[in-house]
Structure formats: structure tokens, C-alpha cells
Ligand binder design. Structure first.
Ligand code: KIV
Length: 263
């Protein structure tokens, strides 16, 4: 399913879509050996890979650098790249330069946060021949306005606004929609009322697919335990133990052995 048409087709066939974040070459090589449908070079990389407190710190330079690394390791997987904080608010020229850089770095599509307020930008990008994914509910680039990474759409007006935005984004031509941190029932209603696939994160089981941050699902971030996260590995402990063992082997003289040495 390398193309966005495959993405849409999967929904029409009732299939479910798996999306995972990816920020680097070696993770891309591993993901390419799995049936995962698509990767997202998310602006969450500013937190996960660079240690910043929010996604506000991601820049077009950063995104393009990571997209290029991922693209070098990825085979036959759709690569979606996040447009970073304010890229769509600095004028059309800046926006399209950012889109251009992400696509030339190897992305097949871009993702943009927001609803009604970003429709002209979404339309312009789509009309330029670049597939766009929407992102509603918790939009982390607005964390400072939202007062934290909180559940969204919890009041009837807030839920109606997300529903309306989803339909508007559909009409503007997005090929898919990320729905983050909304009640499961709202996610179900939205999923049933739009034609493009809805990919949930913290949005319950009724969406067309799910996305998780790779490092979170591998258990590499033990301090991050939201209710929606399922960990598939205790990665932090496993890596820590392997590195500790290496240190012990070096210091005890156990590494390298004769077999690991040249004659
Ligand atoms: O940046 C990101 O990783 C995202 C996902 C959480 C959907 O937008």
C-alpha cells in the first residue's frame, strides 16, 4: 500500500490500517520488513529524538533531515511527513517551500494540523499534486493554547466542531485523517461519516486504523504511560541491560574473545 489511493481503498474494503512513526534510517529498515502500512515522520521527533518539551520546536530543516534518513531505509511503505509548527502560517511561499523540501527529501504526502482554519492551505497543497493528511482532536502544535495534551471534544460544541472540521477537510481533499485523544464514541461517529480513512491515537477502537509513536510502543520511554499506549517491548530495560553487559564484558576482559579477534 505504497500510495494514498491504496490507503483509501483499504477503507472501502473494510480493512484496517497500521501507521507508525519513524525518524531514522535503521528503524525504517526494520519497519520495511513488516506489514505496517505507512510511516509518519512526525514532528514528535522534536521530543523523542531531540529532547524538546513539545512539537513546537520542530523546524522544516529538522523534518527534511529526518525524512531523508527514513526514505533511505524504507522500501515499499507510504511515507507521510509532518508540516512543522507554523509552516502554514508564514505565508504560501514558505508553506510551499516546506512542502517542496519534504517531498524532495522523500515524503509521499504531508500532514497538517487543524480544521477549518487550514482549508485554503490544504486545498492549495492538494491542487499542487501533493497528498495531504489532516490531523484533528488534540493538535500538539497548539499545546500552549489547549493548556496541555488533553482529551479533546468532550463537550457537545467541541465535538461538533471536530465533526464539522473532519467533513470540511474531506471536501478539501485530504486522503486520510489522524484523530488524536478524543472520546471513542466521537471517533466512531466521525469515522462513519467521512469517506477517507481515520487513523486514531487515543481515539478508541472504532477508527479505520491506529498510529503509535515507535519509541513509545517499544517501551523506550518509561516516563510516558498514557492510557491509550500499549507497549510491545520493554525496550528501555532491554537496551540498558545490553549496554550494561557490554560495559561489564569490557571491564572484565571478557570482550573481545579470541573468536572476536584477528590473527
Ligand atoms: O507527530 C506525531 O508523531 C503525530 C502522531 C502522534 C500522530 O502527529
Amino acid at each position: 500500500m505504497k500510495t494514498v489511493t491504496g490507503f483509501r481503498q483499504k477503507k472501502s474494503e473494510g480493512g484496517r490500517i497500521s501507521l507508525i512513526t519513524c525518524y531514522d534510517y535503521w528503524s525504517a529498515r526494520i519497519i520495511s520488513q513488516t506489514p505496517v502500512d505507512a510511516v509518519l515522520v512526525g514532528d514528535s521527533l522534536s521530543m523523542v529524538m531531540h529532547g524538546f518539551a513539545s512539537t513546537v520546536h520542530a523546524t522544516t530543516d529538522m523534518m527534511a533531515y529526518h525524512v531523508a534518513a527514513v526514505a533511505r531505509g524504507l522500501t515499499d511503505v507510504l511515507l507521510i511527513a509532518d508540516l512543522p509548527f507554523l509552516a502554514h502560517r508564514k505565508g504560501l511561499r514558505y508553506l510551499m517551500e516546506s512542502v517542496d523540501r519534504l517531498m524532495k527529501a522523500g515524503a509521499h504526502a504531508v500532514k497538517i494540523e487543524g480544521g477549518e482554519e487550514v482549508l485554503p492551505q490544504v486545498r492549495h497543497i492538494v491542487q499542487s499534486g501533493v497528498p495531504v493528511m489532516g490531523h484533528l482532536g488534540l493538535t500538539p502544535q497548539s499545546v500552549n493554547l489547549l493548556g496541555g495534551n488533553k482529551l479533546q471534544g468532550t463537550t457537545p460544541p467541541a465535538a461538533q466542531k471536530i465533526m464539522k472540521d473532519a467533513r470540511l477537510l474531506q471536501d478539501a481533499g485530504v486522503f486520510g485523517l489522524v484523530l488524536e485523544m478524543v472520546p471513542a464514541d466521537l471517533a466512531r461517529q466521525i469515522t462513519q461519516s467521512v469517506s477517507m480513512p481515520v487513523i486514531g491515537i487515543g481515539a478508541g477502537p472504532h477508527t479505520d486504523g491506529q498510529v503509535l509513536v515507535l519509541q513509545d510502543m517499544l517501551g523506550l520511554n518509561p516516563d510516558f504511560s498514557p492510557r491509550f499506549l500499549r507497549r510491545y517491548l520493554n525496550g528501555f530495560e532491554l537496551l540498558k541491560n545490553a549496554i550494561t553487559q557490554f560495559d561489564a564484558d569490557v571491564k572484565s576482559g571478557n570482550f573481545p574473545s579470541d573468536k572476536e579477534s584477528y590473527t
